[in-house]
Design a protein around this ligand. Structure first.
Ligand code: B16
Ligand code: MG
Length: 217
C-alpha cells in the first residue's frame, strides 16, 4: 500500500466560515455604499483577503489608496475574528470527522491546504488540529489558488508525490489548483460549479469509506 496524502481545504470543506467572512465584508461594503449580496460572496470563496477586497471595490467601482485598503483589510479581519471567538467542534461540517478518523486508522497522511491566514486558530478551536500532519495556509504561500503552490508544499511536507495526493476543495480555483498540480481533485459542493473535479460529492456525508479505501489501495 502506497501512503497517500489527503489534503483538505478549510473554509467550505471542514468548516463553513464563509458566513462569517460574508458578515465582515458586508460591514465594510455598507460603509462604502456598495451593494454586497450573498451571491457576490460566492466570488470570494477560496480567494485571498487582499483579492477579496479588490473584488468588492470593483463591484462598487471604487478606486482607493493603499492606505485605505490596508485600513479596511484590518477592520474586516478584526470583525471576522470576533465571530470566531466562540466557535467550537459544532462548526465542523457533517461527515468530516468520520473521514478524518478513518484516514488516521488507515495510517494515511493528512494536511491542510487553505488560503486563510486564520487557519490555525480555527483548527485549534474546533479541536481537530491533532489530525493534521502538516498545515499550509495563507501565511506560507506567495501564489494564490489556482496556482498549486499551497497543495504542492503540503504534499512535499508529507513526503508524498503530487500524483499520490488527493485534494478536497469547495472552490473552482482550488479544484483547478489540484488539477494543475497533477493531484486527484475531489469537489465538495455542486456539480454544476465544480465539474472540473475528478470526483464530486455534495458533502462529506455522501462519501463512503469504501470510496476512500479505493483511493488508498
Ligand atoms: P483570511 P479556504 C479562504 O479559505 C476563504 O474561502 C476565503 O473566502 C477567504 O477570503 C480566504 O480564505 C482568506 O481568509 O482572511 O482568513 O486570511 O477556502 O482557502 O480555506
Ligand atoms: Mg474553500
Amino acid at each position: 500500500m502506497i501512503k497517500k496524502a489527503f489534503i483538505f481545504d478549510l473554509d467550505g470543506v471542514i468548516v463553513d466560515t464563509a458566513k462569517y467572512h460574508y458578515l465582515a465584508w458586508k460591514k465594510i461594503a455598507e460603509e462604502l455604499n456598495i451593494d454586497f449580496t450573498l451571491e457576490h460572496n460566492e466570488l470570494l470563496k477560496g480567494v485571498s483577503r487582499v483579492r477579496s477586497l479588490d473584488i468588492i471595490l470593483e463591484l462598487g467601482q471604487i478606486e482607493a489608496s493603499q492606505e485605505d485598503k490596508n485600513k479596511w483589510l484590518f477592520q474586516k479581519n478584526e470583525d471576522y475574528l470576533s465571530y470566531l471567538v466562540d466557535i467550537d467542534q459544532s462548526e465542523i461540517l457533517p461527515g468530516v470527522l468520520p473521514i478524518l478518523k478513518y484516514l488516521k486508522e488507515q495510517n494515511q497522511a493528512i494536511a491542510l491546504g487553505s488560503a486563510s491566514k486564520n487557519a490555525r486558530p480555527i483548527l485549534e478551536k474546533t479541536g481537530i488540529m491533532p489530525y493534521f500532519d502538516a498545515i499550509v495556509d495563507g501565511n506560507d504561500v506567495s501564489n494564490a489558488k489556482p496556482d498549486p503552490e499551497v497543495f504542492l508544499i503540503a504534499a512535499q511536507l508529507l513526503g508524498v508525490l503530487p500524483e499520490d495526493a488527493i485534494v478536497f476543495e469547495d472552490s473552482v480555483a482550488g479544484v483547478q489548483a489540484a488539477n494543475i498540480g497533477k493531484m486527484t481533485s475531489i469537489g465538495i459542493g455542486e456539480e454544476a460549479i465544480l465539474y472540473q473535479a475528478k470526483y464530486i460529492f455534495k458533502d462529506f456525508t455522501h462519501i463512503e469509506t469504501s470510496f476512500i479505501a479505493s483511493l488508498i489501495k
